[in-house]
Design a protein around this ligand. Structure first.
Ligand code: GRG
Length: 294
């Protein structure tokens, strides 16, 4: 099967699993569940769950990785909802739709994000309940990735750096944590649920793969912000400069940012080859992310 068809099939399976797992819009409180579904089904690329599934595909086992995949999408969507709030990036558009706080209101958006954060851990603990050892490891990985020293810490430093001259150390910290942390967790969770999940060397290579991919993904995100339109991205374009964000373009310019994306992609490809297994789809995915247009 060709890569785009496989990618499309995975996106559909992930959307189906999210639809099945999230409380319906009729569930009380109706407004909260409408807001959650509005943001989750607004049309994200599903890169994180796809990464969980493709890391798992390297060494498949009897454990179904789909629950881990949708748990991480819940965390990612919570972070987008909160990032768009007036107190943070104050964005009106997300995934081509009004941001949660615009479609509903700020309080509802805060609660929708809070609920998605909790839901991720509920999904892990319920769906892998017959393997308490796996629940403990998956919860540890995801909680760490979302923590004050990873995702939330990256967001904090990003906000603190707004309006000041970008510094290499700050930029690296923000990118490693705001973007890299969740991508590392995707690879780690996918591998952990696989047949070689107990292999420390493979898990370590997986974490390095996730970090390189995260840095490439963020370099591309900064590049797309200046080279694409709001309509193409489904979120506000040129927003980094408008908000005085510490971003790669302001720090090193377009050409060097592109070089960085290529360099980190090559590193990620190298780690994926070193890990081995059934890595054909993962290699194509890593390459595809370098050439993405949104
Ligand atoms: C509020 C705790 C908290 C964190 C916010 C998500 C985020 C952190 C900030 C948004 C801005 C940004 C550049 C984040 C880096 C990660 C990133 C590129 C997010 C967008 O991910 P995509 O492109 O989005 O995969 P879709 O909508 O396709 O899922």
């Amino acid at each position: 099967m060709n890569f785009n068809r496989q990618l499309n099939d995975l996106q559909e399976n992930i959307n189906g699993a999210l639809d099945f797992r999230l409380p319906s819009v009729e569930t009380r409180p109706v407004r909260l569940h409408q807001a959650i579904r509005h943001s989750v089904s607004a049309g994200g690329k599903r890169i994180r769950p796809i990464l969980v599934l493709s890391a798992n595909q390297l060494f498949p086992s009897g454990n179904n990785p789909m629950s881990a995949a949708i748990a991480i999408e819940c965390i990612h969507t919570y972070s987008l909802i909160h990032d768009d709030l007036p107190a943070m990036d104050n964005s009106d558009l997300r995934r081509g739709q009004p941001a949660c706080h615009k479609a509903f209101d700020e309080a509802t958006a805060i609660l929708a994000g809070d609920a998605l954060l909790a839901m991720a851990f509920e999904i892990l603990s319920v769906d892998y309940a017959d393997r308490p050892d796996l629940v403990a490891s998956l919860v540890r990985i995801l909680a760490n990735a979302a923590s004050s020293e990873r995702l939330v810490g990256g967001q904090m430093e990003d906000l603190l750096a707004e309006g000041s001259t970008p510094h290499a150390d700050t930029l690296r910290y923000v990118h490693e944590n705001k973007t890299g942390a969740l991508l590392i967790a995707c690879v780690e969770m996918g591998l952990l649920l696989g047949e070689r999940g107990g292999n420390k060397e493979i898990l370590n290579l997986g974490r390095r793969l996730g970090m390189s991919l995260g840095l490439a993904f963020q370099a591309m995100d900064d590049l797309l912000d200046v080279t694409r339109t709001t309509e193409e991205l489904g979120k506000d374009a040129k927003s980094d400069a408008a908000q005085g964000k510490a971003n790669s373009i302001a720090f090193r310019g377009i050409e060097k940012t592109r070089d960085q994306a290529t360099q980190h992609t090559e590193e990620a490809l190298g780690f994926a080859r070193e890990i081995g297994g059934d890595n054909e789809f993962l290699l194509e995915l890593i390459f595809h992310l370098l050439n993405r247009t949104k």
